[in-house]
Write a protein that binds this ligand. Sequence first.
Ligand code: SF4
Ligand code: SF4
Length: 415
Amino acid sequence: MEFVKLINCMRCGMCLPQCPTYKETFLETASPRGRVALVRKFEEGELEVSEKLLEYLSLCLDCQACASACPCGVNAGELVAEFRCERKSEQGLGTMESLVLRKLLPHPDRLEAATAPLRLYQASGLQKTVRALGLLKMFPSSLQRMEGLLPALPKAPLRQTIEEVTPARGTEKGTVGFFLGCVMSLIFSEASLATVALLSAVGYRVITPKTQKCCGAPNMLGHDMDGLKDAARFNTDLFNSFEVDTVVTDCGGCGAELKKYGHHLAGDPEAERFSSKIRDISQILAAESETLQTMLKPLPVAVTYHDACHIAHCQGIRSEPRQLLGLIPQLDYRELPEADACCGSAGTYNIEKPEMSDRVLSRKVENIRKTGAQYLVTGNPGCLLQLKKALSEQLPEVKVIHLTELLQMSVDGRY
Ligand code: SF4
Ligand code: SF4
C-alpha cells in the first residue's frame, strides 16, 4: 500500500456526514477518518491484524462517498479494500471462494448453466409456493435474503440471444463495443436490450462479443486480485481486437471496474487504451441528446433518480442521467434527497452485513417516499436488485427501472 495515500488524511472530518455507516452509528471506527487511521496504525506497526480490526473495516460499504467529499483526495473505501486484498493474498482463497471466483464467474456458459435451476424454480411456480408456505424459514438467513432479492428472471440470458452485431438505424455514425455485465445479461436483459436499441437508434453499430467475461468486480469484492487481473487481461485483449473507439456499458459496477483496468495492469498500454474507451451509457446518450430528443414522446409521470455509488462516486457521472431525464417531454422530475447516498446493496454487503445494510436502505426508502415519485430510476444492477425488493414491500406504488428502460418507454410512447 502506498503510505502517502494514508498520510494525506488531515483528519478534517469533511467526509463524516457523507459516510453511511458513520451516519448510522456516529462511531469514529465506522467513519472514513477512523478507517484510514486504523489502516495507518497497522502500516506503522502499531496495530496487529485482529478479529476486531477486520470487523471494523468490514463494515465499510466501499461506496466511496468519502472520496467525493475529501478535499485531500483520500479514498478511504479504496484504502480499506486494498488492505483487505493484501490480507487475502497472504491467506489465499477458501475452497468456496475459489470455486465461485475462479471456476464459475470467469466462464459465462457455466454461470448461465448455474442459474438455469433458478429459472425453473420460478417458471414451475415453485417459488410462489415456497414463499406462500414460508418454507424459506427452514434455510439459513443468508439464503433467505438471496432468494428474496431474486426478481422475475428473463427466459434466457441476453448473451445467448443478442446478435453479435446490431446495425445502426439510419445513417451510421460509428461502431461501439457493448460490455454485457453478468447480472445485466442474466437478470436485467430487458434493460440491456433497451440500451442496445437506443445506441442503434442514435446511429451506432453495436458489437457485443459473445466471449466476453465478467469484469472482475466480484473478484475485487472477494479480495482476489489475481482473478481480477486475469479478467482484465482477457477483456482488454478481446475488445482491443475490434475496431471500436468506445466500449459502452449500462452497468455502473462494471463501468467503474473496466475504467480501472489501466491501474490494475499498471504499465500495460493496451489495458490503459481499453480503459480510456469505457463510457457509461448515460455519457454516450447525453452526447447524442439532439438526435435522441427527436425520438422521445411525452411521459407524464413523476420520476426520481438514485445515483449509484459506482456511477456518481466512482465515475463522477451525475449530470448526464439527469440531462437525459430532462429531455423527456412532460416528465415530472423530482430530485431525491441524499440521491448519491448508498442504498446498502454494495455487492454482497446486503447478504454479509444485513443489519447495517437494512439501516442504510431504510434511509434511502424514506427519502424516496418523500419525493412521491412513481418511478425510481438508476443505472446499476445491484441497486436495482436491492431497491426493487425494498420498494415492492414498502412502497409498492413506485416502480424501479434502469435509465435506458425509461428512455425506451418514452421512445415507444408507453407508460
Ligand atoms: S479522509 Fe479526507 S475528508 Fe476525511 S478526515 Fe481525512 S482528509 Fe478529511
Ligand atoms: S467507502 Fe462509504 S462506507 Fe466506506 S468509509 Fe467511505 S463513505 Fe464510509
